[in-house]
Design a protein around this ligand. Structure first.
Ligand code: GDP
Length: 431
């Protein structure tokens, strides 16, 4: 989906505006569960157009220094957004902080909509009109608290959206890989290693306005696109506010990828941050490969300890292929490609309906759904509704318990593999 970022200095009313946009009856809002927990990334819809709405005000409390915040917001807008809403306070006018932000936004080559907020009376309306001077076109006059102007603003946002978002991943062309992991696990080292030892395909970027955010590298005789590598290459933001920024980046990368390589550090205990990143991948529905980096640093004892940690913390993704590598020495970096291929093949798998039903028929005959209140839920029919990732829809005569669905998934994996791919199981109840 395309991304719309709301930027502006503190207190101009960004979050109020976001609430206003999401609170409108026409905007179907979903606070996407789990991912950032920062409540800053929202799925929004306006007149049939879906987009991500990013509230950069969401993390203001946690970082220090206005200049820093402004710089970071601008960076986010440049890196992630297809359209930027630049919010200013019409009752105050343009401050030096606004000007700073503006300077960076001008370089960003993204459509910028100037939003003059807090226009509640005729006097501020006059002042808002003066904002034409900024050279960002017509100021969009709104009052986030009263709701004025937000519909027109959204119309303008939708008009500025690209036909296909930055997020749109084409079905053809090289397969798209997101290299994700917490800071310092070695993402950029791995990327450098891969790019350094293999052929890097240079796109002709002349005439495009976008940053070259992707890198194409030939590995194992095939070209692979590593998406969103600008965030890996650019390290200036990995200080304050890094968590927030990193989770946005990860999400954006996953959005555009087909398969994720989650990089973990073999020499360090598996952390909650690692698990959060894995959760993000699961929520994204992308294929998954786990790679343990810095293998050169660990000894026998740590290796055993790591195995125990994996058993304890990563049981829910035991289906993901694992590569133990070292970006520093290059050990087993050639094992990435086979793992990626397996995961993508599973992700693309389609089981013919007849085979699926034969499998389920046998399974259910041997292990029927448990009786509940004297009633027996029966499985009538199943079909694979989708691939990438595989989604199986089961038609049943009644409710299927969570445990029973898990059981079916386990057996599906035993029979059909699906190594490296999540499986979605949906149930429709039919009389
Ligand atoms: P990123 O934040 O995930 O991009 O991590 P970097 O690639 O910047 O790596 C963080 C640190 O770990 C750097 O000091 C690297 O030199 C080091 N590093 C990365 N990979 C390895 C590895 O395989 N072995 C060792 N010993 N150090 C590594």
């Amino acid at each position: 989906l395309p991304v719309v970022a709301v930027v502006g200095r503190p207190n101009v009313g960004k979050s109020t505006l976001v609430n206003r946009i999401l609170g409108r009856r026409e905007a179907v809002v979903e606070d996407t569960p789990g991912v950032t927990r920062d409540r800053v990334f929202y799925e929004a819809e306006w007149t049939g157009h879906d987009f991500w709405l990013v509230d950069t005000g969401g993390w203001e409390d946690r970082v220090q220094g206005i200049a820093y915040r402004v710089a970071e917001q601008a960076e986010i807008a440049i890196d992630l957004a297809d359209v930027v809403m630049f919010v200013v306070d019409a009752t105050v006018g343009i401050t030096t902080t606004d000007e700073q932000l503006l300077k960076v936004l001008r370089k960003a080559k993204r459509p910028v909509l100037l939003v003059a907020n807090k226009v509640d009376d005729a006097r501020t309306e006059m002042e808002a009109a003066a904002l034409w001077n900024l050279g960002l076109g017509q100021p969009h006059v709104v009052s986030a608290t009263h709701g004025r102007g937000s519909g027109d603003l959204l119309d303008a946002v939708v008009a500025a959206l690209p036909a296909e978002g930055r997020g749109a991943a084409p079905d053809s062309g090289p397969r798209r890989v997101a290299l994700v992991g917490r800071p310092n696990v070695g993402k950029s080292s791995l990327l450098n290693k891969l790019a350094g030892e293999n052929r890097v395909v240079v796109d002709d970027l002349a005439g495009t306005t976008r940053d070259p955010v992707d890198e194409k590298i030939e590995l194992g005789g095939e070209v692979w696109t590593f998406v969103d590598t600008a965030g890996i290459r650019r390290r200036i933001l990995q200080t304050q506010g890094a968590d927030f920024y990193a989770s946005l980046r990860t999400r954006s990368a996953l959005d555009r990828a087909e398969v994720a390589v989650v990089l973990l550090e073999a020499s360090e205990p598996i952390s909650t941050q690692d698990l959060k990143i894995i959760d993000m991948v699961l929520e994204s529905g992308r294929a998954l490969v786990l790679a343990f980096n810095k293998w050169d640093l660990i000894d026998e004892e740590r290796r055993h300890q790591l195995e125990r940690e994996i058993e304890k913390d990563l049981g829910h993704v035991a289906w993901a292929p694992r590569v133990n590598l070292s970006a520093r020495t290059g050990r087993h970096t050639d094992k990435l490609v086979p793992a990626l291929k397996i995961a993508l093949e599973s992700w693309d798998t389609r089981i013919p309906t007849s085979r699926l039903n034969a499998f389920l028929g046998t399974l259910v005959a041997a292990h029927p759904h448990p009786l509940r209140g004297g009633k027996q839920s029966r499985i009538l029919f199943a079909t694979q509704a989708r691939t990438r990732p595989p989604r199986i829809v089961i038609f049943a005569s009644g409710f299927l318990e969570h445990g029973y669905r898990r059981f079916i998934e386990r057996r599906l994996r035993e029979d059909f593999g699906f190594e490296g791919s999540p499986i979605e199981i949906g149930v429709r109840i039919r009389e």
